[in-house]
Design a protein around this ligand. Structure first.
Ligand code: SAM
Length: 436
């Protein structure tokens, strides 16, 4: 569900208007977005009860006050992340920003505090994130399917209290926030829940279970803000009442090349879930570094999604860990995918190949597929493949309810039900107790 009901051009128009004042378009985008974030915090009762003077100065004060709520929110007052302090906004530009958010439902419906619209809005406003780093939000319904095929079986196998997941290209956190809720429900009373857990313990544990890394410092700060907002709202707290010791595992790093970032430690995750960038690095130096670090997959004009697969399967996952990704299907058609298909992927236990090229996934102009592997050599002789027959006849009003996406979800659920039935029947034959 997205609620960015205004056409993308209206964000562009506002950014252009504000840029006349700030002198720079990227700074204009930050001013506009920070105004939405502060509104989100105030209107959902998450901001500390401070006196917020009106105008741009009030916005800066509010950001400073939010930044003091939790160590993970400190980047909101860091001019290196949000360069607002050195580029003040004039009254006319501020009025345009206020007027825009007054009529735009950036804050979603009254009950939603998980900030999906904040993420979507950042993508619409920031050309740098969109074009330079390939930020493209992963819709929540896609995130849920990826997690259903990775985090959920990981929790069944290793137990919800011990499981850890990472999105190494977390963007503004759509997958991380969905994973947080899945882990929280599982520890506090959902399927396979941990006995005796609930309330603050389940929230703290769910925060500990989820990690995210991204190159983009503001996108990472948004992920941290959204994880904390979701935590606070579940418990009916404002952000300043969330214990500073609660873990928010979000870092700014180049996931492919950084070997010092603790969140990118080897063999640490039971589930790695991502919608990695599909672009080829534009900077020749970076292109060469990635090629040198991932010679097994970075061939020719490779897409970054291939080294991300290698990162997750060969480095981040525990042995047997689940790796799920929504990715471009270009590797199936282009020369750079040959070695990936014939030499790299066959080394791993492929579980699902789902053709999502016919589904309508907003913002994803590139045809996509979902790949799910386990980080271990192939087991058995079955790979579940969901093949596409036809695309959507027209752009669906609600993309989550599009014919193709619904058919994919139904096919997945049917298969999972069949597998559970089969497992129960096998256990019964062997006289073992089952939990189905
Ligand atoms: C398709 S978007 C992911 C969107 C995310 N799932 C969400 O819904 O917000 C790809 C993300 O990868 C990030 N990225 C690109 N190269 C990266 C790298 N080398 N290390 C970490 N993140 C990277 C981009 O900044 C972008 O946020």
């Amino acid at each position: 569900m997205t609620t960015c009901t205004l056409p993308p051009a209206s964000y562009n128009k506002l950014a252009t208007t504000v840029a006349r004042d700030t002198g720079q378009r990227p700074t204009a985008a930050f001013w506009i977005h920070a105004a939405a974030l502060v509104r989100h915090a105030h209107e959902h009762g998450l901001a500390p009860a401070d006196d917020r003077p009106p105008g741009p100065d009030g916005l800066l004060k509010s950001l400073e006050s939010l930044a003091r709520c939790h160590p993970a929110l400190a980047p909101l007052a860091d001019p290196a992340v949000l360069p607002l302090w050195e580029r003040p906004l004039g009254e006319a530009a501020w009025a345009a920003v206020e007027e825009f958010w007054d009529r735009h439902p950036a804050l979603e419906s009254g009950q939603r505090v998980d900030g999906y619209a904040l993420g979507d809005t950042y993508q619409l406003l920031s050309e740098e994130a969109r074009k330079g780093r390939a930020l493209c939000q992963t819709p929540p319904w896609v995130a849920r399917l990826l997690l259903r095929l990775s985090l959920e079986p990981a929790m069944e196998e290793w137990g919800p209290a011990d499981v850890r997941m990472i999105d190494p290209a977390c963007g503004t956190g759509h997958i991380a926030v969905a994973a947080f809720h899945m882990a929280r429900v599982a520890t506090s009373g959902g399927r396979g829940s941990h006995p005796g857990w609930g309330g603050p313990r389940a929230v703290e544990r769910a925060l500990a279970a989820v990690s995210g890394v991204d190159l983009d410092p503001y996108a990472a700060a948004l992920t941290a803000y959204r994880l904390l907002s979701s935590s606070a709202s579940v418990l009916g707290l404002s952000l300043d009442r969330v214990p500073a010791s609660w873990p928010v595992n979000v870092a700014v790093a180049d996931s492919l090349l950084d070997r010092a970032e603790p969140l990118l430690a080897a063999g640490a995750y039971h589930a790695c879930v991502a919608n990695p960038p599909y672009i080829t690095p534009k900077d020749p130096a970076v292109r060469g570094q990635v090629r040198a670090a991932y010679p097994q997959v970075a061939v020719g004009k490779y897409s970054l999604s291939l080294p991300f697969t290698a990162l997750m399967l060969e480095r981040l996952a525990v042995p047997g860990g689940f790796v799920a990704q929504l990715t471009s299907n270009a590797f199936m058609k282009r020369e750079f995918g040959r070695r990936y298909i014939t030499e790299f992927l066959p080394r791993f236990d492929s579980r699902w190949i789902i053709d999502t090229s016919g589904a309508y996934i907003p913002g994803h102009g590139t045809p996509t597929c979902i790949l799910v592997h386990r980080a271990r050599p192939p087991v058995g002789d079955t790979v579940t493949v969901i093949r596409g027959n036809r695309g959507e006849p027209r752009v669906p009003e609600d993309p989550a309810q599009g014919f193709v996406w619904r058919a994919i979800e139904d096919a997945v659920e049917n298969r999972l039900a069949r597998d559970r039935f089969q497992a129960a029947a096998d256990s019964a034959r062997q006289g073992e107790p089952t939990n189905t």
